[in-house]
Design a protein around this ligand. Structure first.
Ligand code: 5AD
Length: 348
């Protein structure tokens, strides 16, 4: 195994069989994590970037089988934030040192392009030194272009799975992998920094599927890769499927760091939910981004894409303070920085 890890570190690639061993075999994963940390530290030092997550709406026209806020879940209390509420989240976030705001939401038809552009222009004019990331699902080329022209810098859209038939098992027939990929290529062409990714342990996922995900990422070469364990939600058709494995998620974070040394790799909320100190373990496996929640406390609970989502009940300030301490304990430092993919991060 040591040889495969060395090879992956050196060549940024190994064969499918070797990938399968890294993903599935039992071995001392500390070797893998150590390699991932050394690659990450060469580029990013001990710096951890933070993104302020603002959950803008849990209305969604889609019906993804794994997601708690799917439209068929009639037990959800739906909310959407007003422009003023979003701006107030940014204000809090800015004063705490956030320089990236991520506006994430379901595919809520109330948020027309005009409304989204209006919000973007206001956020960018109030905080010109901040990056704005959108995560609002599948839209037309024209819509993505309008958001970009209104100031959006980055877009997160996980591909979810790069295998067609697996994609169909996770989504209603109105959705397709083809369209998902087209959205990703459109975003890239328009000029966004793009994030893609997938869930680890989603229902029916095989190791071959994960390898296809990795091959797709090599082909698309996104700026950011979001991966976290699948987490069950009782009000979905997948209520009886078990959670994804934390260990496998950590292995994949490390593998992705070794294959894409410069990639922005978040230790996700799902990882922090699946395991206490999951985000710290993610950092120690090669992740370099954390996305703390800046949403208003009362709506945070309602944005339940999976159950028992990590929620400390703390104010944003308190949560950030605790996060800084927990990162310091493991030798890392949260920085105030837009944290662009291409930024020349000074080495320590
Ligand atoms: N468990 C883990 N992640 C989920 N997502 C959606 N539902 C779940 C779930 N039940 C992820 C999807 C989506 C992102 C916003 O959250 O990958 O792209």
């Amino acid at each position: 195994m040591r040889e495969i890890i060395e090879k992956l570190k050196l060549n940024k690639d190994v064969s499918d069989n070797e990938l399968a061993s890294l993903i599935d075999d039992n071995y001392d994963t500390e070797l893998l994590f150590q390699a991932a940390r050394s690659v990450r530290e060469e580029i990013y030092g001990k710096k951890i970037y933070i993104r302020g997550l603002i959950e803008v709406s849990n209305y969604c026209k889609n019906d993804c089988f794994y997601c708690g806020i799917r439209k068929s879940n009639l037990t959800v209390n739906r909310f959407r934030l007003t422009k003023e509420e979003i701006l107030s989240c940014c204000k809090t976030g800015y004063s705490l040192g956030f320089r990236t705001f991520v506006m994430q939401g379901g595919e809520d038809m109330h948020f027309t392009d005009d409304i989204i552009c209006d919000i973007l222009r206001e956020v960018k004019s109030d905080y010109p030194d901040c990056a704005v990331t959108l995560s609002l699902g599948e839209k037309s080329y024209e819509s993505y272009k309008a958001y970009f022209d209104a100031g959006a810098d980055r877009y997160l859209l996980r591909h979810e799975t790069a295998n067609n038939s697996h994609y169909q098992k996770l989504h209603p027939s109105a959705m397709s992998l083809e369209n998902r990929k087209e959205c990703l290529y459109n975003l890239r062409e328009i000029g966004y920094q793009v994030g893609s990714g997938f869930m680890v342990g989603s229902p029916y996922q095989t190791t071959e599927n994960i390898i296809e995900d990795i091959r797709f990422l090599q082909d698309f070469n996104p700026h950011m890769v979001g991966i976290g364990p699948y987490m069950t939600h009782s009000q979905t058709p997948f209520a009886n499927h078990p959670n994804g494995s934390v260990d496998k998620t950590l292995k994949l974070l490390a593998i992705i760091r070794l294959m894409f040394p410069k990639v922005l790799l978040p230790a996700t909320t799902a990882l922090g939910t699946a395991l206490q100190e999951g985000r710290e373990k993610g950092i120690l496996a090669g992740a370099n981004v954390i996305m703390p929640n800046l949403s208003p406390k009362d709506t945070r609970k309602l944005y339940e894409i999976y159950e028992n989502k990590l929620y400390t009940g703390d104010e944003a300030a308190e949560a950030l303070h605790n996060l800084k301490n927990s990162m310091k304990k493991i030798g890392y430092e949260i920085v105030v920085d837009r944290g662009d993919h291409n930024s020349k991060t000074p080495m320590k």
